[in-house]
Design a protein around this ligand. Sequence first.
Ligand code: ADP
Ligand code: MG
Length: 357
Amino acid sequence: MNVISLKNLEKRFEDHIIFKGVNADIERGEVVSIIGPSGTGKSTLLRAVNFLDPATGGEVFFKGVKVDKQNIDITRRKMGMVFQNFGLFSHLDVMGNLTVGPIKLLKKSASEAEAAALQLLKLVGMAERAHHFPYQLSGGQRQRVAIARCLAMQSEVILFDEPTSSLDPTMLAEVMAVIRNLAKSGMTMLVVTHEMEFAREIANRVFYMDEQSLYEEGSPEDIFNNPKKPKTQEFILKIRSFSYEIKNRDFDFAEMLGGVENFCFRHAVDKKIAGRLQLIAEELVVNIIAQHYGECSLKVSFSSKLGNYTLTVGYKGANSNILEIIGDDLPVILVKKSAKTVKHEYIDEVNIITATL
Ligand SMILES: Nc1ncnc2c1ncn2[C@@H]1O[C@H](COP(=O)(O)OP(=O)(O)O)[C@@H](O)[C@H]1O
Ligand SMILES: [Mg+2]
């Protein structure tokens, strides 16, 4: 049975159309990842689905019943939402956050609500901290409490809006683990995320939003490996690479290295390969090319066709392979040792060094 049906959904702010013609049927137990460039209406779509900010056209059906003014409160309760910034009640401890809704809105007794809350806290690994206040918790812990709070309201659907985007990598992993378990337990979920590996792995369907609509949808395999439409193809290609422009010798090398590390993390790059990519970026870009040329550009990308990673550095000037010029200096040796192949090309007056792993 369809838990959610969207019929010709449209949202506009005054004259500005955010999306239109959105049609989708989501069955019980489905996990749908929603991806796309920022500003394409992903958050707006989630808010329209649970009537936090209703659509301006079309209809939302929840379990076959059209959502309207009469049943909007109940429906909204059945579709819990988890945001990037957690949204916990700061004056209540964890237990209070989980029980206030069930007591006030679901008319549960305090003891009943607390017993249920404790079970849910166990589920997300937070039982030990039932009496901590939000400010005493890390971002990842807060987000796990926010998820448990949705479950405490007996939500039948959970809408996640970038649940991990304000978390650092360790916390990101703990929250993803909890969401993954929920997916396995058969919870129906819509997940807006920029974590592409996560989006791919967790979902049975992926929605790609662009061009004021649900531009393309399909299985994770379809969308990530064989996108059919041009905007989707462009997006998938872009997220599979990381680019960085270096303007001079004093560039922010830490930001660049952080970007490479982040790329590796987001793409679940094998740890060994990730370590080598980072080492090459540091030696080749920071210690060699930026030192000699100042200006250069870095691109790290994954080729699904060839199944390998490439790190490319471009620098302008006369045709010269800097690695040969420098010879057997330590940075050069490290680069050559870390890559499978390193080649130099000269194209349109740009020297390009490509390390393949
Ligand atoms: N309350 C609002 N009033 C006017 N425009 C809005 C409002 N909320 C969002 N928008 C606009 O709607 C578009 C989509 O926003 P959003 O749904 O947040 O995109 P995404 O989540 O995909 O990044 C943006 O252009 C944004 O500026
Ligand atoms: Mg958003």
